[in-house]
Design a binder for this molecule. Structure first.
Ligand SMILES: [Zn+2]
Length: 161
């Protein structure tokens, strides 16, 4: 058999508990691509989480299933839209909102430290804790709000620092 015998199944869950399957894919890469594409429009829906599950074909019972990734959808600390996808296990988060893409990630260079960024102003910072990282992003959000911007405005004129 040349087939791998496993499929990657991405899905999202709505606020009312309903689950939307996004298909079954033979590679992890495609499953991620489909999920990311879908979550780009998550501000239009009320989503609470996403999952990618691996299913072994022709295996019966619990062992057939492995959860590859679970992410929770929260309000973005910067753009305030419900587009902030948080992976609690890997300590990473990324806003899928247009013109935002605020992110938090555990540092690959200094494990234990937290990197964060906000691409529209090339803002990058490192903090000691995840809470501090949220505080930093909240501060950017407050600045934008104070400047009277709405999420869909271009951020290009926002001064650096
Ligand atoms: Zn955002």
């Amino acid at each position: 058999m040349t087939e791998s015998g496993r499929v990657f199944v991405p899905s999202v869950t709505e606020e009312d508990g309903g689950s939307i399957g996004l298909g079954m894919f033979s590679s992890e890469e495609t499953a991620w691509k489909v999920l990311r594409e879908f979550t780009k429009k998550s501000h239009l829906m009320k989503l609470t989480r996403s999952d990618i599950v691996i299913w072994e074909i022709d295996v019966v019972g619990e062992e057939a299933m492995t959860v590859l990734s679970t992410m929770h959808c929260r309000d973005c600390p910067v753009c305030k839209r419900r587009t902030f996808w948080v992976d609690l296990e890997s300590l990473s988060a990324l806003c899928s909102g247009r013109l935002c893409e605020a992110w938090i990630e555990e540092s690959t260079v200094e494990p234990g430290k937290i990197d964060l960024g906000w691409p529209p102003t090339r803002f990058l910072k490192q903090t000691e804790t995840i809470e501090e990282a949220y505080t930093e992003l909240n501060a950017i959000g407050a600045e934008i709000e104070a400047a009277g911007r709405v999420p869909d405005d271009p951020f290009t004129s926002l001064p650096e620092e």
